[in-house]
Design a protein around this ligand. Structure first.
Ligand code: MD6
Ligand code: FE
Length: 201
């Protein structure tokens, strides 16, 4: 469902509980090869509150040197594991005409994590949509405009929800203001996983 004209699409409860568990299995199978690590911010070098890993030909990275895509895990030096077919199927189901994604960023939010307002703009072709899948505890997502300081709207993202930023909102600022602990039983340890699919290269 389109929540902004020619822009953001939101699919409430698009992924069934059964499929959420299958996605989790596929994610867990890849974490030993691509452990979650704590990214740092450009310039300040401060740690982010999420832990991060990637699947696909490249992975999105943030550290003191800046934001970029790179082909190897920053700690192991190994290539990233492949993107699970179960995750690719969600993309092709909703975006049949878009090129296939080559990056799946996987962010884990503990109960106290947040994500500052940002644009997704490190990809080569900024006309290709970005799709995100939420798993676990509910998050408060804030969506603004393509310039900083514009009017913002807030939405709750629940386990199984899918968000697509495209069209006039492809470069809209967005972020996560908070996590609501204890709102999902999907992850035994609590917290939230967000998967972001992009064609970056
Ligand atoms: C999150 N999401 O949901 C953060 N980016 O944890 C994003 O940064 C995002 O939801 C691009 C497109 C959709 C998103
Ligand atoms: Fe984003």
């Amino acid at each position: 469902m389109e929540i902004r004209p020619n822009g953001t699409q939101f699919f409430s409860q698009h992924v069934s509980t059964e499929d959420q568990n299958l996605l989790l299995e596929d994610i867990r199978a890849r974490i030993p090869d691509a452990p979650l690590y704590t990214p740092t911010m450009p310039r300040t070098g401060k740690s982010m509150s999420v832990r991060m890993t990637n699947f696909g030909a490249a992975g999105w990275m943030s550290d003191a040197k800046g934001y970029r895509y790179q082909r190897a895990h920053p700690e192991t030096g190994n290539p990233w594991p492949d993107i699970p077919q179960s995750i690719l199927d969600i993309w092709t189901g909703l975006l049949p005409d878009a090129p296939l994604p080559d990056v799946c960023l996987c962010n884990y939010y503990p109960a106290d994590a947040k994500m500052g307002l940002h644009q997704d703009r490190d990809e080569q072709d900024l006309t290709i949509p970005v799709l995100s899948i939420s798993l676990g505890d509910t998050a408060l997502f804030r969506l603004g405009q393509t310039t900083r300081g514009g009017k913002t709207q807030s939405f709750k993202l629940r386990s199984g929800d899918v968000m697509i930023l495209q069209g006039t909102d492809r470069l809209a600022y967005h972020g996560i203001d908070r996590i609501y602990p204890g709102t999902s039983s999907l992850l035994k340890q609590g917290g939230r996983i967000n998967l972001t699919l992009r064609k970056a290269l």
